[in-house]
Design a protein around this ligand. Structure first.
Ligand SMILES: Nc1ncnc2c1ncn2[C@@H]1O[C@H](COP(=O)(O)OP(=O)(O)O)[C@@H](O)[C@H]1O
Ligand SMILES: [Mg+2]
Length: 207
């Protein structure tokens, strides 16, 4: 079983978007997936509630009050973290995780907050000793904008791996409403967006 934590200290950076799309991508490739919601806002739990009965099944868990345990038959657990995590909570949830995905959107304010979060992760022995992979994902990227270019450059300088760039697209808002991810959808509009996800899926599987 592989556990992937999606976390950072900023709200609105794409934790839930990445968690739900990753869950949908793995489920649609036949994996047994648990989506564990740590956020009192319950965004990924509500997304699961909207998920159509004929979509690839994903199990849900609400771990806001305390961390649970994934059932034995689950191949991938994806943990959607809230923005506000105390140091102890970060330690506990990192202890459960095999790989950690840290999303960041193009904004100098978010870059600074990301550095503080990465420093907290580095305080944890399993992370600083390299036993857990930390992957940075640039989210809501827009080609040719100064802020996206700066974020791409920032991602090469944190000491952690830049793994993917997810573009800013209306399609993400459309699928989230329907309880779906882009990997639940066929068609050329989605094929282009899926390209952004291949390295992220590789990281989720193998670190
Ligand atoms: N790549 C993207 N393209 C377009 N909209 C996005 C993208 N990623 C996130 N969003 C939107 O930005 C908002 C915040 O994203 P969300 O995943 O909820 O962040 P978090 O869980 O970190 O608070 C949501 O409305 C979401 O639909
Ligand atoms: Mg969220």
């Amino acid at each position: 079983m592989t556990t992937i934590l999606v976390a950072t200290v900023k709200g609105g950076s794409g934790k839930t978007t990445i968690s739900t799309n990753l869950a949908a991508a793995l489920a649609s490739s036949g994996e047994s997936v648990l989506l564990a919601d740590l956020d009192r806002q319950r965004s990924s739990t509500e997304w699961l509630g909207r998920r159509p009965a004929d979509a690839a099944p994903i199990q849900g868990a609400e771990w806001m009050k305390e961390l649970g345990r994934p059932p034995a038959d689950v191949a991938f657990t994806i943990i959607d973290a809230p923005a506000a995590l105390k140091t102890k909570q970060i330690e506990d949830v990192v202890a459960m995780a095999d790989h950690i995905i840290v999303p960041v959107v193009p904004s100098i304010i978010d870059e600074a907050a990301t550095l503080r979060f990465l420093a907290k992760l580095d305080d944890i022995g399993s992370v600083s000793k390299g036993r857990k992979a930390v992957g940075l994902v640039g989210n809501r990227m827009r080609a040719g904008t100064r802020s996206s270019d700066r974020l791409a450059e920032f991602m090469t300088k944190t000491g952690h791996r830049p793994i993917a760039r997810i573009r800013d697209a209306q399609a993400y808002l459309d699928v989230v409403e329907a309880g779906l991810g882009i990997f639940d959808r066929p068609g050329s509009r989605y094929a282009t967006l899926k390209e952004d996800w291949w390295p992220l899926l590789e990281f989720a599987r193998y670190g």
